[in-house]
Design a protein around this ligand. Structure first.
Ligand SMILES: [Zn+2]
Ligand SMILES: [Zn+2]
Ligand SMILES: [Zn+2]
Length: 91
């Protein structure tokens, strides 16, 4: 029995990480909102705010676009998350 988390296929398909270009939520900055943590979409490279932020832009982005995988854009955090499968992996 292994307790290792199994990354889903979406995460396995990410060959080259898209890193945050700027350390801001691209949607919050336009509406003048604030955010807590940042996530970067691995399909289109947009950086948006996490579920602990008031606007939850990264989750909304997934529901709108179907882009499943984000990475944490927080310094020192090295993990991927797939919204479609609730799959988590460190890198
Ligand atoms: Zn997945
Ligand atoms: Zn935001
Ligand atoms: Zn995207």
């Amino acid at each position: 029995m292994s307790t290792e988390p199994i990354a889903c296929q979406h995460i396995l398909d990410v060959k080259e990480l898209k890193l945050a270009k700027e350390y801001v939520c691209e949607e919050c900055i336009q509406s003048g909102s604030t955010w807590l943590h940042l996530r970067t979409c691995q399909t289109c490279g947009v950086t948006l705010c996490c579920d602990s932020s008031p606007n939850k832009h990264a989750t909304k982005h997934f529901y709108r676009t179907g882009h499943p995988v984000v990475i944490s854009a927080e310094p020192g955090e090295q993990w991927l998350w797939c919204y479609a499968d609730s799959s988590f992996a460190e890198y």
